[in-house]
Design a protein around this ligand. Sequence first.
Ligand SMILES: [Zn+2]
Length: 168
Amino acid sequence: MNPAPKTRTPVASPYAMSATLAWAMSVNAAALAQGKPLSLCQAADALEVGVLRPDAVRILRVPKLSQPDCPHFRSMATQSGLDLGGSAGMALGYAVLICHSALGDRRVLRHELRHVAQFEQSGDLSRFLDLYLAQIVEHGYRDAPLEVDAHRYEGRLANVCIDSPSSL
Ligand SMILES: [Zn+2]
């Protein structure tokens, strides 16, 4: 039996999609160029949450996360509850951006590293963003399956790991 047709199509607007992709590619490139590789402990966490290539990850510390300068994106974000300006971290491909306020917060980093693993599974940044945005439009930010999955990995601190403070 076919499922009942949905009343709305859970697809992000193509304008929001293209603006988001262009912004994501430029943030990704800048963060990969300027960011730091993972410390040994961070790389262990990356492996534990499913990242295949921890060596490819770069972490960039930022005062605040940026977001696409596009009204379509803003309206989609508002409707779905996505608040990049108020978020502690963000992962775009192998680029992980962490706000100064969340530096050293292992749960935040593990959450973002899980998004890196999801990106690896999806094949490329464009496909990951397509899926991610479609999910937040359909389910809302908090209930999007990719977010629920990332939350699940935040607190599974199986390994004890202490880096030197300078690496956090
Ligand atoms: Zn997330």
